[in-house]
Write a protein that binds this ligand. Structure first.
Ligand SMILES: [Zn+2]
Length: 175
């Protein structure tokens, strides 16, 4: 029903989303609990909301908890979270294809990072962080833009012939 549900983000403020029991769809109460996430050989302490169904009494972790867990793992590795990457692109006001065109990143790659399907490596994480800087973003756009300028081959040959002919006047112009 909501395309954003793919990676568990229902709204800008996910806590506003009412917790509904996945088994009976009954209302749930929330308790905040400390938990340990095991990820490979590392353990990360997190605090997350645990829901308890008022009707059938089961306990469950919904998308809010899932997001907290995912963010904790990315932060542990010092990487931008999927949501931060998406916000970065949105801040530039670009669709994924447009962002891909400017950055040279693959559109499918960006999608995988934004949905958390795969995490970006360290080099790309640093590249993304630079893209968040306005001066860096402007510099990148200048790098991408030269297609509209004169072909480099002609500019180089003009410069070469000019440098040979301009040598004598340059010497004469220093009295
Ligand atoms: Zn229930």
């Amino acid at each position: 029903m909501d395309s954003k549900a793919t990676y568990g983000v229902a709204a800008d403020d996910p806590d506003r989303t009412p917790a509904i029991c996945p088994r009976c769809e009954g209302p749930a109460t929330t308790s905040v609990e400390d938990d340990i996430v095991e990820f490979g050989d590392i353990e990360i302490a997190i605090t997350m909301p645990v829901r308890t169904c008022e009707d059938c009494d089961i306990q469950f972790v919904d998308h809010v908890g899932a997001r907290i867990e995912t963010e904790a793992i990315y932060r542990h590795h010092g990487l931008l979270t999927p949501w931060e990457i998406r916000d970065l692109r949105k801040r530039r006001g670009l669709s994924r294809p447009a962002f891909a065109a400017v950055t040279g990143l693959g559109e499918a790659t960006i999608k995988r990072w934004e949905t958390g399907a795969t995490a970006q490596n360290r080099a790309n994480d640093r590249y993304l962080r630079l893209l968040n800087d306005d001066a860096c973003w402007s510099a990148l756009k200048r790098v991408v833009a030269p297609k509209s300028e004169p072909p480099p081959a002609r500019a180089a040959s003009t410069q070469r012939s000019r440098s040979t002919t301009s040598a004598p006047p340059a010497a004469a112009a220093s009295p």
